[in-house]
Design a protein around this ligand. Structure first.
Ligand code: ZN
Length: 280
């Protein structure tokens, strides 16, 4: 039999690639992990002392969970002043696991300025960055630079976001995006309001997420629990520890990744705090 090398070699290459992709997927499944999604600790929104107490209690409970890290989806504080950021940092420092924060509109402003960004970067740290964890890429972005066009800052952030997702895809690393603003609440075509991103920008981000293997898009800001799925991407806004507009109790989401079950998340209540009677 005459072997045609022109067709056989590429076929062998694609077989090897397919096997290594499969091996990578199986490898990921063999190493499942868990993490926590917190939203809007927002010290000062539900009453300063209340929010400090719920955040402290959440840290205590999270430290006792078998999780690898915690993410906070923005609005760390209600007022971005020195006291609030110092109190936030003091409580955050009591986590016994890594805590990755995204900035919210209360932290850097609805339309960030060089002054609000500098303040956040000095008091809290980087406002956008990525972290690799057990084959996954955590992409923590500054959604305020999407909500408002802040010239060079937004352009630089956009370029970073695209490059980071493309690099994750090249490594066959599924990405988890962590931000403050959700892309949309119910429908990607819905009108822009205070609680979602501008239509054009949200479509651009959604396309990038879809093209580059994003599996979940975690956000806060709504103070309402929302779960959507679109084209294989989970869009989840969790409960807060400050104030929930949907009468949900104070709490956070416990995520489980891999282990043959894909992505799962469940609610964990902050013990000792009920929803405010007046909450809508
Ligand atoms: Zn917000």
């Amino acid at each position: 039999m005459k072997v045609n090398l022109r067709t056989t070699i590429p076929l062998l290459f694609s077989l090897v690639t397919a096997v290594s992709v499969l091996a990578a997927q199986v490898g990921r499944e063999q190493e499942p992990f868990s993490f926590v999604q917190m939203c809007d600790t927002q010290l000062g929104m539900g009453g300063y002392e209340h929010d400090v107490a719920t955040f402290k209690q959440a840290v205590k409970q999270i430290n006792a969970l078998p999780v690898d890290f915690v993410v906070i989806c923005g609005d760390l504080v209600q007022k971005a002043d020195d006291k609030s950021f110092a109190d936030f940092n003091a409580i955050k420092a009591t986590f016994t696991l890594p805590c990755y924060c995204a900035p919210g509109n209360h932290d850097v402003g609805n339309a960030p300025t060089s002054a609000t960004l500098a303040n956040y970067r000095e008091k809290i740290g980087k406002d956008y960055y990525s972290v690799e964890h057990k084959g996954y890429t955590l992409v923590v972005a500054n959604s305020q630079l999407w909500k408002s066009d802040v010239g060079a800052e937004s352009a630089k952030h956009d370029a970073w976001f695209k490059k980071t997702l493309e690099e994750a895809k090249a490594k066959d690393s599924p990405a988890l995006v962590v931000v403050h603003y959700p892309l949309f609440l119910k429908d990607i075509e819905e009108e822009e309001i205070y609680y979602n991103l501008p239509i054009e920008k949200r479509k651009e981000i959604f396309a990038l997420c879809k093209e580059n293997g994003v599996v979940a898009f975690l956000a806060g800001h709504t103070h309402k629990q929302i779960s959507n799925e679109k084209d294989g991407i989970l869009f989840v806004n969790g409960e807060t520890t400050s104030k929930n507009f949907d009468k949900r109790p104070m709490g956070f989401r416990l995520w489980k990744v891999g282990g043959g079950n894909g992505l799962q998340h469940e609610f964990v209540k902050v013990e000792g705090f009920d929803a405010e009677p007046g909450a809508e």
